[in-house]
Ligand binder design. Structure first.
Ligand SMILES: [Fe+2]
Ligand SMILES: [Fe+2]
Length: 440
């Protein structure tokens, strides 16, 4: 029977009831978006606390993939009635992820993320797939199937890094906090927190370590100097037309590998900007992953050119100085000073390296340059927003100038404090690079 159009609609069920099937799934997608963005905000704190470059690279990659998941979910979610327009994370989810960063030992925290929270996220995606309608919600299903494959791969990729410490007690602490929510989607029965449960994050605030962890690698303040007996990169050699191109190639790979400092200090900004719009964290996650790839360019190529990576000291000055400054100043120095200022020298270096007909080196440097141009664009786009988040109302140009001066002052206090870990005979220096390049 077809109702005549003149019949007024019944007062119930309401529009809400009519769209309940969509709204139920939109609510789950909204939760998944919030979880992924919280992972980006908090798992970044692991990066500078673990020591192995390969683990830092892997975490940067996972964070970037999580940012991608969040963005795709947000895009799909906004097609659905009930996803909501804002980007806020509900406090109980935020509290869980804020708790997860609390262990003093970065490897214990890593185990909490990858033994408790990531498996819960995988379970949440699987729940979504089982709860939704395969045909009606096909567009979401395609995304979720891909994200499940990503999460399964993340678990496999991280497995070898999880045995370093005994994290049993911390996992036992984090599990009940998750169980109290009934899983990340509330898809399981909630079990109340045990009596006397103490949130560590309620008692103290997470603080960045004063220096970043580089594990077994020797450290120093800087890899740049004017002295070929001191550091591997000799500034004037980079731009001297008399320098052999093979020497320049080795020095630029050291430079690229040391972008690991950018990985470490950029990673500190996420948790310091909890109220950032998601797109800011998305672009910073991309920036982070780019820097981790640039560092890998050096990490993979240097051994092929005869460098023993255990003789290459890691420079800690930039992290050590920047971590003493507020997040908007860190971001300003990175994008407006270090990155924007690197193009002229890098252009000269690229031209010299091309003499070698080393296609791979040319490719790596070309992509590095392209990425860096994007990073400076990110800087112009996001610096005013980070300044606003930090309550800084100065005009951007004035702020950048003042920050450069402040950095110089902070460098006097916090820079140059890391002595060479290796004696000159053992460490990679400019003169050793001449030997490796076969020009002496
Ligand atoms: Fe870079
Ligand atoms: Fe960059």
């Amino acid at each position: 029977m077809i109702a005549p159009t003149s019949t007024p609609p019944p007062s119930a069920p309401s529009a809400t009831g009519r769209m309940a099937a969509v709204q139920d799934m939109a609510r789950l997608q909204r939760l998944l978006f919030e979880v992924e963005r919280e992972f980006v905000r908090t798992a970044t704190t692991l990066i500078y606390r673990v020591g192995e470059p390969e683990l830092k690279y892997l975490l940067s990659q996972h964070v970037w993939e999580s940012a991608g998941h969040a963005r795709f979910i947000r895009e799909r979610g906004r097609e659905l009635s009930g996803f909501g327009t804002g980007e806020n994370v509900r406090p109980e989810l935020r509290r869980l992820f804020t708790e997860a960063v609390m262990p003093a030992d970065g490897y214990v925290a890593l185990a909490g993320f990858y033994r408790v929270l990531k498996p819960a996220l995988l379970a949440a995606y699987r729940h979504y797939l089982s709860a939704t309608h395969h045909l009606a919600d096909w567009p979401s299903r395609k995304l979720v199937e891909e994200f499940i494959a990503d999460e399964e791969r993340h678990a496999r990729e991280m497995e070898t890094w999880l045995g370093a410490v005994d994290a049993t007690a911390w996992i036992a602490h984090l599990q009940p906090a998750l169980a109290a929510l009934g899983g990340l989607l509330g898809e399981q029965p909630r079990s109340p927190l045990p009596a006397g449960y103490v949130w560590e994050s309620a008692g103290r605030k997470f603080a960045h370590p004063a220096t970043c962890n580089r594990g077994k690698y020797p450290t120093c303040s800087s890899v740049f100097s004017l002295d070929p007996d001191e550091t591997p990169i000799v500034r004037p050699w980079l731009v001297d037309p008399q320098t052999d191109a093979r020497v320049i190639r080795l020095m630029v790979y050291v430079w690229l590998m040391m972008e690991l400092d950018a990985v470490d200090y950029l990673a500190t900004i996420f948790i310091d900007t909890p109220d950032a719009p998601f797109d800011l964290h998305h672009d910073m996650a991309r920036h982070l992953w780019d820097e981790s790839r640039h560092s890998q360019f050096g990490y993979r190529q240097l051994p092929k050119l005869g460098v023993d990576l255990l003789t290459l000291e890691h420079s800690l000055d930039l992290y050590n100085i920047l971590v003493q400054m507020p997040p908007h100043e860190r971001y300003a120095m990175m994008t407006m000073e270090f990155e924007a200022g690197s193009f002229p020298t890098k252009a000269l270096v690229m031209d010299r390296v091309r003499e070698l007909n080393d296609f791979e080196a040319d490719t790596l440097l070309a992509f590095d340059r392209n990425d860096e141009q994007n990073h400076v664009r990110y800087g112009h786009r996001w610096l005013p927003e980070i300044m606003a988040l930090c309550g800084d109302t100065r005009p951007v140009e004035e702020f950048v100038k003042a920050t450069q001066a402040r950095f110089a002052a902070m460098a006097k206090v916090h820079g140059g404090r890391t002595p060479h870990a290796l004696p000159p005979a053992q460490r990679l220096t400019g003169n050793k690079i001449l030997q490796l390049a076969g020009v002496t």
